[in-house]
Design a protein around this ligand. Structure first.
Ligand code: BGC
Length: 731
């Protein structure tokens, strides 16, 4: 269970930095190298610490002062994997322990050979702490070792300074502290670092460092430990003082590592999806996804959510998209329902901003921002790429028209309700979310002759902008409003309006070729050969050949759109409609968004094309783990990681939870012998074991729980065994 970098290569430095991130849901620290390299982007993020730099319209997740950097000198020579002769090198993040460790032996210019081991681990017990270590062993001759490390507030977000320095201080001879404040959001940040040795301190220009120097005998090890405590005014009144006080009592590296080991061993024991197969990569990709989902998501804090890159990089400015409700939330809902509740509470607490946005655009109810940060206001940048020839900027249309996010949030509320029956949440938050989102759709639809239509939207497919009657949006809006009726939210007049909406809303149906039009014009647009672009998914290479406005006029989809609809509302469409549309639309989809392949894989399972499903799943695994050098430089694709878990559970295991009924209908890939996974359903912890012959479902209590298999309802007490071949069941 290790994410390994076997060779140092500058081309991959930032991709590995994302992959090798350590964290604990409170903070994330990129796996950058200790020493500086050209183009290396360091990163440390705390969930919820956003700031809006002067002159910009959107808040950014602040790249906090660096604590990882260590300048090492051996006999006066700077340690560098670029300039020194590297004899051995391996860096690995051990998913079993949470420790990132680099072991290397270098030869310096005077011929001496030295082993340099650096490691770090996030504290899983006290989430404010991270422990770092540098251990240097001269192998055949004594060496002079010098290390300079500290807290470096010169860190920026792609060059933007987010913090002002408040205080840089030294306490005794082993502890230093720094206090900063974000420039606009005024969040106080306190960072302290305690060492296991006495240092010589220096402070200048938002940076404070400690220097350590020692003559080290051959075959003995010089070990420097640094425990860093992070504190913010979001949690503590006096973050600087709090971090210093904590650091004074900080634990040793070994203790923090032990705690991390215990945490991860419990996590894997209780939450690992295991696959027995000839392809070990599948297991690895799932472990990788679970590890990262776990460290990027706040464990017990509803005031923050998960950004599109988690806490692994600056990409998308740390903003929260529909990715969270539709792609990330399921992993938690069916394992840690309280975390799913927190993610929905984050939206509930931001209803004010969503209402304000709706009013601004003359709608009722709540129009949630396409991109969200801390305030609940729209954070989508107004412009994307600059055309340097014309000086014009491409406007980002999502904030203005990608309104499906409203229904996506309501959808997630219903997912949560189905899985938990949490009446308290429904009464205190769920109903308000359903009411306000439904009210938005009532005002968003327009009457055309005798039916209601939804015009000028962007569906999930961002390559088709400002279209009418996007099937995904219309159906999800319908579903959203039907929830309002189901839960009887609002007064009788409102409910009457909801009824009328449901009767009159146009839901695009399959045409004579069984195709559901993605929108009013999609199917009448020209078709082009996409094979070249499909070879490089995620690269948006089509935009090098066509202007965006031209792509808009073609049958080209960036990502699952109609297929996304088939996935979210499985009972609305027959198997043959799914088969026909899946094949048709996949052929028109470049998968330039990471939110695409896995959803297609799930639908391919549904039409029992498990070979295709498996191929799509494996391709989805490569989104962050493939060999292309720069694809994850600015962070991992959080939604894609969530979607890998979804593919295995909802696709290969064939779990469906629609209408509050738990159904299982597996479709294991050819080379998988078996798989097991935990699944929390209606407050029961279930455990599934799937083989080529059987499905075994276990639960702790005797209380009967209905489960559907092959169209029949069974009552699960402690154990049920379904036989695949003859569709029989033994309890
Ligand atoms: C996708 C969106 C997604 C966003 C953040 C975009 O490229 O088209 O669907 O929400 O990335 O992941």
């Amino acid at each position: 269970m290790k994410v390994k970098e076997k060779q140092f290569d500058l081309e991959y430095i930032n991709k590995y930095a994302s992959q090798l991130t350590i964290g604990n849901g409170f903070f994330g620290i990129r796996g950058s190298q200790e020493e500086d390299y050209r183009n290396q982007v360091r990163g440390m993020f705390i969930a919820g610490v956003y700031n809006r730099p002067l002159g910009t319209e959107s808040a950014e997740l602040v790249n906090l002062p660096d604590v990882v950097k260590a300048d090492i000198k051996i006999d006066g020579e700077h340690f560098s994997l670029e300039s020194m002769k590297v004899l051995t090198y391996e860096r690995a993040l051990d998913l079993k322990t949470g420790e990132l460790k680099r072991c290397t032996v270098v030869e310096i210019s005077n011929g001496k050979k030295v082993q340099v081991v650096t490691s770090r681990v996030a504290d899983q017990h006290n989430q404010q702490q991270v422990a770092l270590k540098v251990a240097i062993t001269p192998l055949f001759a004594d060496c002079q070792i010098e290390i300079v490390t500290g807290i470096d507030g010169q860190q920026t977000n792609f060059g933007t300074q987010q913090l002002v320095e408040k205080e840089l201080r030294v306490f005794g001879d082993d502890l230093l502290g720094a206090s900063y404040q974000t420039t606009e959001s005024n969040i106080g940040i306190g960072i302290s670092a305690r060492f296991n040795k006495k240092g010589v301190f220096q402070a200048k220009n938002r940076r404070i460092t400690a220097a350590f120097s020692e003559m080290v005998k051959k075959n003995t090890t010089f070990t420097l430990e640094k425990v860093v405590v992070l504190s913010t005014s979001l949690q503590h009144e006096k973050p600087f003082e709090q971090s210093v006080a904590q650091a004074r009592q900080s634990e040793s590296y070994t203790k923090i590592l032990e705690q991390s080991k215990t945490y991860w061993s419990n996590f894997w024991r209780d939450h690992r999806v295991t696959i027995e197969s000839t392809a070990s990569f599948d297991q690895f990709a799932l472990d990788f996804a679970a590890y990262h989902l776990q460290i990027m998501t706040p464990r017990n804090d509803a005031s923050v959510s998960v950004g599109a890159k988690g806490l692994t990089g600056e990409g998308y400015k740390g903003h929260v998209f529909w990715d969270t409700e539709i792609f990330i939330l399921p992993f938690f809902l069916y394992q840690f329902p309280d975390i799913a509740k927190n993610l929905l509470t984050y939206r509930y607490d931001r209803l004010a901003g969503a209402r304000q946005k709706a009013r601004k655009h003359h709608y009722q109810g709540a129009l949630f921002p396409w991109e969200s940060a801390s305030t609940g206001n729209e954070e989508t940048p107004k412009f994307a790429a600059l055309n340097i020839k014309t000086g014009t900027r491409q406007e980002v249309a999502s904030a203005a028209a990608e309104h499906h996010i409203v229904a996506d949030i309501a959808y997630a509320v219903q997912e949560y309700m189905q899985a938990t029956d949490d009446q308290l949440f429904l009464e205190t938050k769920g109903k308000a979310l359903v009411h306000e989102t439904a009210a938005f759709w009532l005002s968003r639809a327009v009457k055309v002759n005798d039916r209601l239509e939804i015009h000028q939207v962007i569906g999930p497919d961002e390559y088709t902008e400002y279209i009418d009657n996007n099937a995904y949006t219309n159906y999800l809006a319908y579903y959203n409003v039907s929830l309002a009726v189901k839960y009887q939210v609002g007064d009788s007049l409102f409910l009457k309006e909801c009824q009328t909406f449901l009767e009159q809303l146009y839901l695009p149906k399959a045409n004579e070729e069984q195709l559901i039009p993605q929108d009013d014009t999609y199917l009448s647009k020209p078709i082009i050969d996409l094979s070249l672009y499909k070879e490089r998914p995620g690269s948006q290479s089509i935009l090098l050949d066509y202007a965006r406005s031209e792509v808009n006029e073609l049958q080209v989809s960036k990502q699952a759109d109609l297929v996304m609809l088939l996935y979210l509302l499985p009972t609305y469409f027959s198997q043959s409609i799914v088969a026909k549309n899946l094949r048709y639309y996949e052929n028109k989809t470049i998968h330039d968004s990471s939110l695409s392949k896995a959803i297609h894989a799930i639908e391919a399972c549904r039409i029992q094309d498990s070979e295709w499903a498996y191929q799509l799943f494996q391709e989805a695994c490569l989104i962050d783990l493939g060999s292309e050098p720069h694809t994850s430089d600015d962070g991992l694709h959080a939604a894609s990681l969530g979607a890998l878990w979804m593919t295995v559970i909802f696709g290969f295991a064939g779990i469906q939870t629609t209408d509050g009924q738990l159904t299982i209908s597996p479709q294991l890939p050819e080379n998988w012998e078996s798989m097991t996974f935990p699944f929390v359903w209606k407050n029961h912890s279930l455990f599934f074991e799937l083989t080529k012959e059987q499905v075994i479902v276990k639960k702790d209590s005797e209380e009967p729980l209905p489960i559907f298999y092959a169209g029949t309802q069974y009552q699960l007490k402690k154990k049920l065994i379904f036989n695949w071949r003859n569709e029989s069941c033994v309890s």
